[in-house]
Design a protein around this ligand. Structure first.
Ligand SMILES: [Fe+2]
Ligand SMILES: [Fe+2]
Length: 270
């Protein structure tokens, strides 16, 4: 039987979109079935690739070379859904990457449950958005996409506290800030399916941010570090730009992110 880190590394080494989705669902089901019934899957210590294998499509462009599209138009909506699908596709890898890269650090078992569960959610989110693209006669890979999410991830390859600070607690928390407006856009044009799917994504993303805060605080406690000061230090070190309000203070609070974690990062270091 494969270890959990072996399964995670396998997913990261898979470039094909459909195969990655299939493996992600299969392995997360196996993990939770095993946790409920047997507890036979070990964590292991598989080698983690530096970055995940990428599919041929979408073409990856620097963010500033991405074509501009008008938000309310049909092509603008397709581009918006495509860009969120791309974020979700990367998020599948990012959550398995936490397990493959840092899983050997001996965490309580719920650490692994949380990240497998987040990876399973992202797989579902990607499939929901893919369905919306197909309904609009498009598909994931039809448009270019940008790769800046992995830039933020790569520089924290050797620093789990940095990774938790930047990925779930900054990037995914940003998702909580911007999703309500996206939902409103589709509400205005009466697109019930898009609204329903985006609401599912919105509600499940709260838990991913909360897993980030929970394990960040846990690790600070384990290493005798002040969580707030450590968060400020790491975000300034790895994130390189200030955080942009307005913030979704309510959902951020739901996910265990207090205002004094993120507000001071809206300004450059004094
Ligand atoms: Fe997601
Ligand atoms: Fe997420």
């Amino acid at each position: 039987m494969k270890s959990l880190t072996h399964m995670a590394a396998n997913i990261l080494k898979t470039a094909n979109v459909q195969t990655k989705i299939k493996l992600s669902k299969e392995y997360s089901d196996m993990w939770f079935d095993d946790r409920k019934n047997y507890n036979r899957i070990s964590i292991g210590n598989a080698a983690c690739p530096d970055i995940p294998s990428k599919p041929n499509k979408p073409e990856l462009l620097p963010p500033r070379s991405m074509p501009k599209r008008k938000i309310g138009t049909e092509s603008g909506k397709i581009a918006l859904i495509h860009s969120v699908a791309h974020i979700e596709f990367n998020a599948i890898d990012l959550h398995w990457d936490i397990i493959a890269r840092f899983g050997h650090m001996k965490f309580p078992i719920s650490f692994y449950d949380d990240w497998v569960s987040a990876a399973r959610d992202e797989t579902k989110h990607f499939e929901l958005l893919s369905r919306l693209l197909i309904d609009r006669e498009s598909y994931y890979g039809a448009l270019p996409a940008h790769d800046s999410m992995w830039d933020a991830a790569k520089i924290t390859n050797n620093d789990i506290l940095g990774r938790l600070a930047v990925v779930p607690m900054v990037l995914e928390a940003r998702g909580l800030d911007v999703t309500p407006n996206m939902i409103k856009l589709f509400e205005r044009s009466g697109e019930k399916k898009a609204v329903e799917y985006l609401n599912i994504i919105y509600s499940e993303e709260v838990s991913h941010v909360s897993y980030g805060s929970k394990w960040f605080n846990f690790l600070c406690g384990r290493n005798n570090l002040d969580p707030k000061l450590t968060f400020h230090k790491l975000v300034r070190k790895y994130f390189h730009t200030t955080l942009k309000p307005p913030f979704n203070e309510e959902k951020r609070a739901d996910s265990g992110l207090p205002p004094d974690f993120y507000w001071p990062l809206t300004e450059n270091e004094p």
